[in-house]
Design a protein around this ligand. Structure first.
Ligand code: FMN
Length: 262
């Protein structure tokens, strides 16, 4: 029988101060790692992390995701290229592709002689479920002292990724995830101030929001200056990113793979 939650808390999570504990400390240590040592990750360690990650909450427990581990070195090299020449995809000791998965649901529907009604809701459920799983996986790995890097660049050339991996319909690759022992210690990227994220009862005025962002821009400008990018800040970078639509092929690709986006 599993111990009750309070017992887990008492044995593993010594409370620190101000509502902080070891789990908070782990969360606050996060930084993306893009350089890894050559040390391999043991299968046992990966499998344990994936099993822990599976305990993420899931909409009605439908578990609409899967995790593809790419071990083949030729596929890894090609994926690194398809993800925008991101060498960590090839070099990381482990690389996963996090996918939404409606295929199991369609299979069991067929088996039960039922219709499977895919729509935007089922697609969103798969993307939410997959991301809760993925972030749990990141935390499980980070708790072992490992580093990770999500790879949204996987969506740059999805039809080619699809052909390379021979993905079936109803499986939707969302992003990659590199993992391994860190070979760098980057400084932490500051986050938005709490009042720009946590609101009591109603959304703040645009004026208040812009005030918070201005404060954050000063902090982020310091961060970029230290990293050799003077004159750069969060507003500038983020507004530039959204100037033009990106990855415009996605709706067509996902629909072709069985998603209904209506
Ligand atoms: C879904 C997602 C996709 C990402 N894609 C990439 C990527 O393709 N390449 C990369 O180097 N970092 C990628 N990142 C990492 C972000 O750039 C990083 O999390 C962000 O700048 C904040 O920095 P931090 O994680 O070090 O705090 C991605 C992060 C997420 C959540």
């Amino acid at each position: 029988m599993q111990p009750p939650l309070a017992a887990i808390d008492a044995t593993h999570q010594s409370p620190v101060e101000n509502g902080m504990n070891a789990t908070h400390a782990l969360l606050r240590q996060h930084r993306t790692i893009r350089k890894f040592t050559d040390q391999a990750l043991e299968d046992e360690c990966i499998e344990a992390a994936v099993q822990s990650a599976q305990h993420a909450a899931s909409s009605s427990n439908v578990q609409a995701y899967c995790c593809l581990r790419i071990r083949d070195s030729r596929r890894r090299a090609k994926l690194a290229e398809l993800c925008g020449e991101q060498t960590q995809v090839e070099r990381a000791p482990a690389f996963f592709i996090i996918c939404g998965d409606q295929r199991r649901h369609r299979l069991i529907a067929e088996q039960c002689g039922r219709n499977y009604a895919a729509n935007l809701e089922t697609f969103l459920v798969s993307s939410v479920d997959a991301s809760l799983f993925a972030q749990n996986l990141v935390l499980a790995l980070e708790s072992l002292g490992l580093g990770t890097c999500y790879i949204g660049g996987l969506r740059n050339r999805l039809p080619e990724v699809d052909t390379l991996l021979d993905l079936p319909t109803d499986v939707f690759p969302f992003y990659g995830l590199c993992a391994g022992h860190p070979a760098e210690q980057p400084s932490q990227r500051p986050r938005l101030p709490l009042p720009a994220v946590l609101f009591d009862d109603c959304y703040p005025s645009d004026e208040d929001m812009l005030k918070q962002i201005a404060a954050y821009d000063q902090i982020s400008a310091e961060y970029y200056k230290e990293r050799g990018q003077p004159g750069f800040n969060w507003s500038g970078g983020t507004s530039a990113k959204f100037r033009k639509p990106t990855r415009v092929h996605l709706a067509e690709y996902y629909q072709h793979k069985g998603a209904n986006l209506l």
